[in-house]
Each structure stands twice: as structure tokens, then as C-alpha cells.
Design a protein. Structure first.
Length: 278
């Protein structure tokens, strides 16, 4: 299992890193498009659609992304779109988690499918826009999710259950604790402060937010983004539990599926773009 995880990770890095650091954003946007299309296929399969229907969902996602690219949306600010996307993730995410696994199964399948394809399209549009802004900016966004995840893992392992007797969402993801959430938030705050202290370019997400909103609101924004990364993770766990699946698919041996790797990014990416346009 470990060998499989390492091999898959190396292959992914061999594809992603050259695309990320290429002199133009086009290769990265294309790689991200392939991953998002695979995520749409997984989403459809998790919601009980046939193989053909799932492939069609992936194709529709590609068409949406391609149309966005062709219309020049990658270099537009789109404040209204990002505010709607941010509000949807906050409100609908909270509603889905409140309803739990039983609530998800009561939503009509076609609504679930359309909602998932739109969420994946918005994630692609946001990550492509972030790469068009700059490599440093994109990396600083990705690090918010990665550091929140790492901080949550170690805080949950070391402190889980010590300060809060109740689990975060036992019916959806029994392993997650409130201490893990707090650890993820703390990790993101440390990341933001350290980056700002060492920053010499002003191109990162943190520097841009400080320039627009000041330090206090930037730190509050980091807590907000860390919180929504947890929401993304829990929503995907809810969908998998409803489908009786451990992983979203087996596309990434040792790592599960694409959705397993991008679930926390799906709400964070649109919300980052929203914060930039407020």
C-alpha cells in the first residue's frame, strides 16, 4: 500500500510540477481540466449513475470549462460569480452537513449531479484563474488547504478528545475531532504570519489580502478558509458514506480518487477568489 502511494505520488508530481512551473499557465489549466473531468465522473458514479452517464458528466464539465476559457473568463475578476459561489458553499454546505447522510439521499439525483458538476467547474475556473495570477499566488492558496489538513491530522492524533468530548461529525466522519479543526486553523494562521514576515514580492494570497483588508481581517479570512476546507472534506465524506464507498474511485492507486484529493479545495478556491473581489 505504501509503495503504491509513493509511486502514484511521484507520477502525479512528475506531471503537475512541470505544468505548474511552465512559462505559461496553459499546461497547468489543461492538467487541472483533466482532473476535474475525472472528478465529475467520480461524482456521478457515487450518486448511482451508470458508466455512460458518468462519462457524459465528465464531458459536460469539460465543455463548461472549455467555454469559460474560450470566453476569456480566466482573466476576468467575476465578482458576482464568486460571491454567489461563496455564499452557496457556506449556506448549502451547512445545510448538507445538518441534514447528514439521510438528507443527502433525499435530494433528487439530478439535482445532486448538476450541483456537483457546477461545483467542480467553479473549482477549475478558480484554480485556473489563480495560476493566471501567478505561481506564487497559486501555491500560497494550495498551502492553506495542505497546512490545514496537516495541522488537523497531527492535532487530532495528539490532542483528539482531550478538550472536547464530542466528535466533530461522528455520523459522517467518525475520526475527525474538534481538536483537529483547531489545529488546522492554528497551522494556517502560523503559515500566514510566517509567509508575511518573509515575503519580498507581495504576490501571495496573504500579502494581497493584507493590502486590501488589513492584517486582522486577513487572519480572520484564514480561519474562514480553514473552516471551509473542513466543510469540503465532510461533504465528500457524506457523499461517500451515502454511496457506501470508502474512496471516490480507484483512479489514484493508494490515494483513492480525484475527489479524495480535491474535496477540501473545492470550497476554498472559489472563496479565495471571492475574498479578492470583495
Amino acid at each position: 500500500m505504501l509503495k503504491q502511494r509513493v509511486i502514484t505520488a511521484l507520477v502525479m508530481l512528475a506531471i503537475l510540477l512541470p505544468a505548474l512551473f511552465y512559462r505559461t499557465p496553459v499546461p497547468f489549466a489543461l492538467v487541472a481540466l483533466v482532473l476535474i473531468a475525472a472528478g465529475a465522473w467520480e461524482w456521478a458514479r457515487l450518486n448511482g449513475y451508470s458508466q455512460l452517464s458518468a462519462l457524459l458528466a465528465g464531458f459536460v464539465c469539460v465543455v463548461l470549462c472549455g467555454m469559460s476559457w474560450d470566453l476569456g473568463l480566466l482573466d476576468q475578476t467575476l465578482p458576482l460569480l464568486w460571491r454567489l459561489a461563496g455564499a452557496a458553499w457556506v449556506l448549502v454546505g451547512a445545510w448538507l452537513l445538518r441534514g447528514g447522510v439521510a438528507g443527502w439521499s433525499r435530494i433528487p439525483r439530478v439535482v445532486r449531479l448538476v450541483g456537483g458538476v457546477l461545483a467542480l467547474w467553479l473549482a477549475w475556473l478558480a484554480v485556473a484563474q489563480a495560476r493566471f495570477i501567478g505561481i506564487e499566488f497559486l501555491l500560497s492558496v494550495l498551502l492553506v488547504v495542505w497546512v490545514a489538513d496537516i495541522g488537523a491530522y497531527f492535532a487530532g492524533k495528539g490532542l483528539g478528545g482531550r478538550f472536547s468530548k464530542s466528535k466533530l461529525a461522528p455520523a459522517i466522519s467518525p475520526g475527525k475531532s474538534w481538536e483537529g479543526v483547531w489545529g488546522g486553523m492554528a497551522g494556517v494562521l502560523v503559515l500566514c504570519i510566517v509567509w508575511l514576515l518573509l515575503d519580498t514580492t507581495g504576490e501571495s494570497l496573504y500579502a494581497r489580502l493584507v493590502a486590501q483588508h488589513g492584517l486582522a481581517l486577513t487572519l480572520l479570512s484564514m480561519v474562514f478558509l480553514a473552516t471551509l476546507s473542513v466543510v469540503g472534506d465532510l461533504v465528500e465524506s457524506l457523499i461517500k458514506r451515502s454511496a457506501g464507498a470508502k474512496d471516490s474511485s480507484g483512479l489514484l492507486p493508494g490515494h483513492g480518487g480525484v475527489l479524495d484529493r480535491v474535496d477540501a479545495l473545492m470550497p476554498v478556491l472559489p472563496l479565495v477568489m471571492m475574498l479578492l473581489t470583495v
